[in-house]
Design a protein around this ligand. Structure first.
Ligand SMILES: [Zn+2]
Length: 114
């Protein structure tokens, strides 16, 4: 997997969903990510970058999907699944979040920091 920057990951998702704008990626020491519709910005917690790259891709893509669908409903998951598929990432859900992420068949560690 070619390692794009966090901003490039978000830009790629924006192109995929034809958002018509590129949300600014703001990396912060926060607990949870956020999609800010008004300012067209996604906040990504710093801790995300301690995980394997496919998880980083997942996390940033997830926040960008919120520009398409606000709630974590079936439509949201369908969009999330389709953007992740373009990266070769498969997701299995536990409610709104991944129970399992796989990159090219390899399970990504979601419990322990890489
Ligand atoms: Zn979310």
């Amino acid at each position: 997997m070619a390692k794009l920057t966090p901003q490039e990951i978000a830009d790629r998702a924006s192109d995929f969903f034809k958002l018509g704008f590129y949300p600014l990626v703001d990396i912060k020491p926060v607990k949870r990510g956020k999609c800010r519709k008004k300012t067209k910005c996604v906040s990504i917690p710093e801790w995300v970058f301690k995980y394997e790259y496919p998880f980083i891709v997942y996390y940033i893509s997830h926040e960008v999907v919120h520009f398409v669908v606000w709630k974590h409903d079936a439509k949201f998951k369908e969009h999330e699944r389709s953007i992740l598929k373009t990266w070769g990432i498969e997701i299995e859900y536990k409610r709104a979040y991944p129970k399992t992420l796989r990159y090219k068949g390899k399970t990504i560690n979601l419990d322990q920091k890489a």
